[in-house]
Design a protein around this ligand. Structure first.
Ligand code: 13P
Length: 248
């Protein structure tokens, strides 16, 4: 059974002081909620958030990790460093990392494999650009990403996978995919995982939609049968907005 997961992706927002203020407000608002929620935050906020959210059920995620155990990789963070802090989740392959930081399907694949050696669950982001959608390539692009990113990963690990379908044209633009467009592509992702593994494995994978999710559109997106959650950027920065999405 899939449990819906609403995750915030703070991107490069919030100092520790700002993260603390958010956490204090959000955990109060979250008290009567039974929907699973998470915040994926900058590295510098993670330890504080784990401490703040202890006992609340709110999960904490990183936004990136390196695929090596350790080594001369200036500026990078390893899986064991995240595990030591008590992080639950890690975003992999966000389009901003693919676009600005040379993340490729190959590095996503290595990072997923490294995470699956431990206990941190990945949120793998996939999605097409506007040019690709207009050229009728959305499905082929997303399928290609899923196939390459999951190559060589065992079925039992895939059951713990979270996928976020994030069309690049809907990120930070205010232009949300229609619930039908989001549903259609989340179904494509589940069919692709069924073809690579089997239906029982694909049934366990949480598939989120991300891209301009707001309190005003969360319900219609979450009502789609193939959509099990949301990855929320801008609207996760204010506790009052984020709780409305969590309580869709
Ligand atoms: P916005 O919700 O700001 O469009 O960002 C979406 C996103 O990239 C989440 O990872």
């Amino acid at each position: 059974m899939r449990v819906p997961l609403i995750a915030g992706n703070w991107k490069m927002f919030k100092t520790k002081a700002e993260a603390k203020a958010f956490a204090e407000e959000f955990k109060e608002l979250y008290k009567d909620t039974d929907i699973q929620a998470a915040i994926c935050a900058p590295f510098t906020d993670l330890e504080l958030l784990v401490e703040e959210f202890k006992g609340t059920g709110i999960m904490v995620g990183a936004q990136n990790v390196h695929f090596a155990d350790e080594g001369a990789y200036t500026g990078e963070i390893s899986v064991s460093m995240l595990e030591e802090i008590g992080v639950d989740l890690c975003v992999i392959g966000h389009s901003e990392r693919r676009q600005y930081f040379a993340e490729t399907d190959e590095t996503c694949n290595l990072k997923l494999k490294k995470l699956f050696e431990g206990s941190i669950r990945p949120i793998l982001c996939v999605g097409e650009s506007l040019e690709q959608r207009d050229a009728g390539q959305a499905e082929a692009i997303v399928k290609g990403q899923i196939e390459a990113d999951l190559e060589g990963i065992a079925a039992d690990d895939i059951r713990k996978l979270i996928v976020a379908y994030e069309p690049i044209w809907a990120i930070g633009t205010g232009r949300t995919a229609t619930p039908e467009q989001a549903e259609e592509m989340c179904a494509v992702i589940r069919e692709c995982i069924t073809a690579l593994y089997d239906e029982s494995v694909a049934d366990d994978v949480i598939i989120q939609y991300g891209g301009s999710v707001k309190p005003a559109n969360a319900t219609e997106i979450m009502n789609q049968p193939e959509i099990d959650g949301a990855l929320v950027g801008g609207a996760s920065l204010k506790a009052a907005d984020f709780i409305e999405i969590v309580n869709f």
